[in-house]
Design a protein around this ligand. Sequence first.
Ligand code: CA
Ligand code: CA
Ligand code: CA
Length: 420
Amino acid sequence: MTLLCALALCGTASAQTRFVGYIEQPYPTYMNVFNHTDETNPFRRLSILVGSQRPQASTYDSTYALLQPGQYGGNVSTIPIKVVYNFLYAPKEVQQVPRSVFGFDAVIHFDGTTQLGKRHGAVYVTDIGDFNFPATYDISSPVVSDEWIYHTGLWKFANTDDRIDLLSCRVQINEGLVRYAELVWLEHPLQGINRNWNVRVLKDSSCDGNMATARFDIGLIQSYDAIFTTGRYTNRLTVYWSISARDLWDDPDNVLGGVIEGGREYHDVVAADINNDGKVDLLLSIGANEGGSVEVYEIPEDFREVDLYQNHVLASGFNSRNNGLEGRTPGIVRPFYPDSNHARKPWIYVAGADDGRAYILRPVTESPTDWSYTQLTIVDQGSEQHVAGIAAADVDGDGWTELFVSVTTRDRLEIYTFRP
Ligand SMILES: [Ca+2]
Ligand SMILES: [Ca+2]
Ligand SMILES: [Ca+2]
């Protein structure tokens, strides 16, 4: 019976996704899941946060939430859409803030881009205790606004004051060249969220893209929080750690780092156990106009030994379809499970960005030494289309994962489910 079950009959997800419907929204981009931690009804537990980017110069962009979409089944046009913040420049990331940071539900935005009129990026926090009355604060540049592009951040106790701080990467681009690329510490102020957050540079010429963190024990007594960062402008994959005895990040002299690899356009980075061998790996998307890829770096016993990271290519040959114009593919990449069975290798979703597609990478076997994947195209919008974001979550609690895909250039959020 067990064998039969394993082969076919136990509700194991097939690669088939079923189209549920789509929502019309202008220029949707990056997405994340918002968890209503006090909600016990599985239909109401999750919302989806969505960013947007209008192609016109000097226009504001918005972030919004698909509020508790699990309640609406296939009637996706009835899902309430709540604006979170309306005054952003091409938000790179819209994320839930853990309640431990402020004591209330909040969302953080990182914005700024190289597009004309959208270069003054910042970090904003929105108090979202009530989705009907959001209140937003600029925590990075309340006085002077420079042309920073912020991508994402990590919450961390950087000093000893018991208030959780933010680490972020930011970049200034001048005529296509990197002027500054900095790992910065935004200090959570004593007086509250709406006061000036001090921004201090921990490492210059360091990073400009996404970030991931994982904790490692070295020997019997040393533990480190490693911070992995990418640079799509600085063209490096780097790791940083602190040699402060209490793992604090308030002194640049205590922050050390190393370059794991250079020379390519490292875009997304996620720290997760991809091959299910019990050890955290790095999942990367490496963007290019032609020849982009999805790769894994296995982290060595001592994560500081940057020469010992082992590279595996999971999928390659991603090409932009921009009708001759320069593009970037693939975009974001994340591990996920298609159903409630999490005792195995995760699957991976890939936003194709300028190739107009969305993909799933499904492991061929469960062997930790087998890095082969079946690449499945779930959305193909054709050429000159942009697929920026994907989010995966079981929003209605039926055990099957839903996928939300932003088809930016068609003003559509498409919804799929793995439920057969
Ligand atoms: Ca602090
Ligand atoms: Ca692993
Ligand atoms: Ca579901």
